[in-house]
Design a binder for this molecule. Sequence first.
Ligand SMILES: [Zn+2]
Ligand SMILES: [Zn+2]
Length: 142
Amino acid sequence: MTRGTVRGRVSESCRRGKHSRCRDPDCRCPCHFDGKVRNEIIDIPFDPEMAKAALEGRKCCTSRSKAYGKPGDRFPIDGALFVLEDVSMRILEDVAYQLYREEGFETPQRFIETWDRLHPGKGFKPEKTVYTHWFQRAEATC
Ligand SMILES: [Zn+2]
Ligand SMILES: [Zn+2]
């Protein structure tokens, strides 16, 4: 991210700091740019426990039932901007047993318990296909 090189009109929502709400394709706010490439600002909902883990650097991926974006897209968590590095498909069982640390959990069982809590009724299904979103903190410029 190059700081301060993008000039021009900035949308109302970006001026107010609501970067994820910006839907203006002409907005020049730096939050949309990585070098010269425009990236989308997307919303990925996080429950408070998971948001905290991401903000503290203990969580670098999140697996979801659908893909929320593509690499390069940015999303805010509690005002901090993150960038999607990669989105890939795998089965939920592999996430629980191979990626629980990256997901921000101490054990596979803790991941499974949290999945159950966040998906009432459906629960943890080992064979379910999920989209693992890898992310890291973006260098926020606005
Ligand atoms: Zn912005
Ligand atoms: Zn904008």
